[in-house]
Design a protein around this ligand. Structure first.
Ligand code: 5AD
Ligand code: SF4
Length: 349
C-alpha cells in the first residue's frame, strides 16, 4: 500500500522547507530499495532520427526550427550501436525519434527491430529489450512494432491539464489523442510509460498533483519526467516570466512522490535533470529513479538532437561512478522490467 496519499502531495510540492525535502527523499529511497532493490537499469538511448512533423512550442526538434540539420541513421548504423550496447551488458535500448508517422518509417522499424532481436538472440540469450519513444501512431502501427519485438513504449503527455496542454502545443495536437495512444499501447500489451515536464510557464503545483493522479489512474508501468528547460529557438522560451516553479527541486519532489505512490514502477533519472544540475543524476536516483538512459547516438549527431538548451552528455564511466557514489549498483545483463506490468497482467488489465 502507498505510504502517502494524493491529498498530502500539494502541501509537499508547495513547501520550501529543505528539511521536508530531506525527509521525503529518505522515505522514497527506502520504498524504492524495498520495492525495486538497489539496481539501476540501463536503456541505451539511440536517437535515430530528428525529423519531426510536430511543432511543440517547447522543443528544439519542432518542424519549424530550421536551424538544425535533420538526420536519419541508417539501418546498419543502428544495428551496430545495438550490438555494442548488448556486448556492454546494457541489455535494453530505447529507440527514440521525432514524430514521423509515415508508413515507410514504421516499415523500416519493423524490419530493424526484427533484425536486432535476431542478432542478439542468436546464441540462445534473451536478446535486447527494446523500448520505443517515437510519438503518436495508429493502433495497427503500434501493433506491428510490438509483434516485431518492441515491448516497452514511452509516450509523455507533457501535462495532464487540458488547458495547459493546449497552451504549449499548436491546435492540431491534443491531449485526447495522446490518451487514445496510451490506451492503445496498454491494450496491445506494451509496458507503458508516460510523463510530464516540470516548471513549464503557467504550471502550478495543482497541475502537478493532477499529473500524479493521472499516473495513478492510468496504472502506468514506467515514468519519465523531468524539468522543462527553455530552448532559445522555440516560442515557449519567450514565456519565461510565467514560470513560477523551481524546476529542479520540484522535479526531485515529483520523483519522490511518484515513488511513494507507485513503489513498483520503473522511473527514469532524465537527461534533463542531469543537464540542469551537476548533482542531477545522483539526486534523481536518491529521489527514487531506477533507470538511466546513456546516450549512444553517434557524437556527430548529438548536437542536432537538442530538445532543450545545454543538453548534457555523460560518458558511461562517469555515469557508473555517479551511480556508485549515490549508493546504487549498475544492473548490467538484465532487462529490469517493471514488476508493475507483470502485476497488471496478472490482474487481467
Ligand atoms: N525541456 C525539457 N524536456 C523537453 N522535451 C522536449 N522539449 C523539452 C524541453 N524544452 C521532452 C518532452 C518530450 C521528450 C521527448 O522530451 O517531454 O516528450
Ligand atoms: Fe517532435 Fe517530440 Fe519535440 Fe514535440 S517534443 S517537437 S513531438 S520531438
Amino acid at each position: 500500500m502507498p505510504v502517502i496519499n494524493l491529498n498530502q502531495t500539494e502541501e509537499i510540492l508547495a513547501s520550501n522547507d529543505p528539511a521536508l525535502l530531506g525527509r521525503l527523499l529518505k522515505e522514497s529511497d527506502q520504498v524504492r530499495r524495498k520495492a525495486r532493490g538497489n539496481e539501476v537499469y540501463l536503456r541505451g538511448l539511440i536517437e535515430f532520427s530528428n525529423y519531426c512533423s510536430c511543432n511543440c512550442f517547447y522543443c528544439g526538434l519542432r518542424s519549424k526550427n530550421t536551424l538544425i540539420n535533420r538526420y536519419f541513421l541508417s539501418r546498419e548504423e543502428i544495428i551496430k550501436i545495438a550490438e555494442y550496447a548488448y556486448r556492454k551488458g546494457y541489455h535494453s535500448i530505447c529507440l527514440q525519434s521525432g514524430e514521423n508517422p509515415v508508413p515507410e518509417q514504421v516499415d523500416f522499424l519493423v524490419e530493424l527491430i526484427s533484425c536486432i532481436k535476431e542478432v542478439t538472440t542468436q546464441n540462445g540469450g534473451p536478446g535486447l529489450g527494446i523500448t520505443l519513444s517515437i510519438g503518436e501512431l495508429s493502433y495497427s502501427q503500434y501493433l506491428r512494432l510490438y509483434k516485431a519485438g518492441a515491448h516497452r513504449y514511452l509516450l509523455r503527455i507533457e501535462t495532464s491539464d487540458n488547458e495547459l496542454f493546449s497552451r504549449i502545443h499548436p491546435p492540431g495536437q491534443t491531449l485526447s489523442s495522446r490518451l487514445e495512444c496510451l490506451a492503445a499501447l496498454g491494450d496491445i500489451g506494451y509496458q507503458v510509460g508516460t510523463g510530464v515536464m516540470i516548471g513549464l510557464p503557467g504550471q502550478t503545483v495543482s497541475h502537478l498533483v493532477g499529473d500524479l493522479k493521472f499516473f495513478l489512474d492510468q496504472d502506468i508501468d514506467m515514468l519519465g519526467m523531468g524539468p522543462y528547460i527553455p530552448h532559445p529557438n522555440t516560442p515557449l522560451a519567450r514565456m519565461q516570466r510565467y514560470i513560477t516553479i523551481d524546476s529542479y527541486t520540484t522535479s526531485l519532489k515529483m520523483l519522490a512522490l511518484a515513488r511513494l505512490l507507485m513503489p513498483d514502477i520503473n522511473m527514469v533519472a532524465s537527461t534533463a535533470l542531469q543537464s540542469i544540475h551537476p548533482e542531477g543524476l545522483k539526486m534523481g536516483l536518491k529521489a527514487g529513479a531506477n533507470i538511466i538512459m546513456p546516450v549512444l547516438t553517434p557524437p556527430d549527431k548529438r548536437d542536432d538532437y537538442k530538445l532543450y538548451a545545454h543538453k548534457k552528455f555523460t560518458t558511461l564511466t562517469t555515469l557508473e561512478q555517479q551511480v556508485d557514489e549515490a549508493g546504487y549498483k549498475m544492473g548490467y545483463w538484465k532487462w529490469g522490467d517493471s514488476p508493475h506490468w507483470h502485476q497488471r497482467r496478472n490482474r487481467g488489465k
